[in-house]
Design a protein around this ligand. Structure first.
Ligand SMILES: [Zn+2]
Length: 296
């Protein structure tokens, strides 16, 4: 799951204030503002409310410790008794991703193990998520993932990769690239993903991939399509990796922002997809070519 930006259109001053507090990670204050208004906007605020609620309940019961100068762990002692081992696994996962994606640690990160009660099927992002906050970015990991070090490593690497993608490409990477790099960094098998896509006869165009991750995951009928989108993203990034390695992925992320103003201008005038421009610069490959070449 990627960064979760919550935008309610600021129709309500109360919710606007709560979202500002949430983005400053003052989650308890945010929760206190909206706890009796969870059904606002005919229920459309409920998804956002669940994020605030889960993080606030965690905050009220949590301890915090520094794992490195730029990484902090937040956990609830009653639920995560072995927090030192949990911290070691998360630190290892984030350092592995940092090394591979040449992360400069310009942004600090808070890794929060959410209270178990937030891990429920009414939550849109129960498998973990990352949010772009101030003064640090935050990755939230489900309490259930702490039972198995391999699962915890996988989830931490995935969510941390989103932080690196977000900051390196300054929010311009398309959803499929963001998820593809996160899945690739967590160690998801591109071979198995390709096999599933082949068997299902599923392969989306770049345009179709745009909306593929946005389906409501609380509705189980959507899950097949969502899983296929993650599989395809993994296969696309594995294809790029086979051409340029970790270095190539880093060049691609940087290409979203490190190009001339002239390129910006031409991209805007020609209405070109920024991903197409970045792929040309880093891999000399257009987006349609990539989708055709990577198709299993
Ligand atoms: Zn993700």
């Amino acid at each position: 799951m990627a960064r979760y930006l919550i935008d309610l259109g600021a129709e309500s001053a109360l919710w606007k204030a709560a979202m500002e507090l949430y983005h400053d990670d003052k989650v308890v204050a945010a929760y206190d503002l909206v706890k009796s208004d969870a059904a606002a906007f005919r229920g459309s605020a409920l998804g956002a409310f669940r994020f605030i609620e889960g993080e606030a309940r965690t905050r009220k019961a949590s301890d915090r410790t520094k794992l490195s100068p730029t990484l902090e762990l937040e956990w609830v002692p009653g639920e995560v008794p072995h927090h030192a081992q949990v911290g070691e696994v998360i630190l290892h996962a984030t350092e592995t991703v940092s090394r591979r994606l040449q992360w400069d640690h310009r942004e600090s990160v808070l890794a929060t193990i959410l209270v178990g009660e937030a891990d429920a099927d009414w939550h849109e992002a129960r498998y973990g998520y990352c949010t772009d906050k101030t003064p640090y970015d935050k990755i939230c990991l489900p309490q259930a993932s702490t039972h198995d070090p391999r699962e915890l490593w996988r989830v931490a690497a995935h969510e941390f990769a989103h932080v690196v993608v977000l900051n390196t490409a300054k929010g311009q990477a398309p959803h499929w690239l963001d998820e593809g790099i996160a899945c690739f960094m967590e160690g998801r098998s591109a071979e198995l993903a390709a096999q599933r896509l082949r068997e299902a006869g599923r392969w989306r165009t770049p345009l179709q991939m745009g909306g593929a991750f946005g389906a409501d995951r609380r509705d189980t009928a959507n899950m097949g399509g969502v899983r296929a989108a993650y599989d395809q993203a993994t296969v696309l990034v594995a294809h790029l990796h086979s051409k340029g390695g970790d270095e190539g992925l880093v060049s691609l992320l940087k290409a979203f922002t490190e190009h001339s103003r002239w390129t910006d201008l031409v991209t805007a005038i020609a209405n070109r997809d920024p991903a197409d421009v970045a792929l040309q610069q880093a891999f000399e490959l257009g987006i349609e070519e990539l989708f055709a070449a990577a198709k299993p």
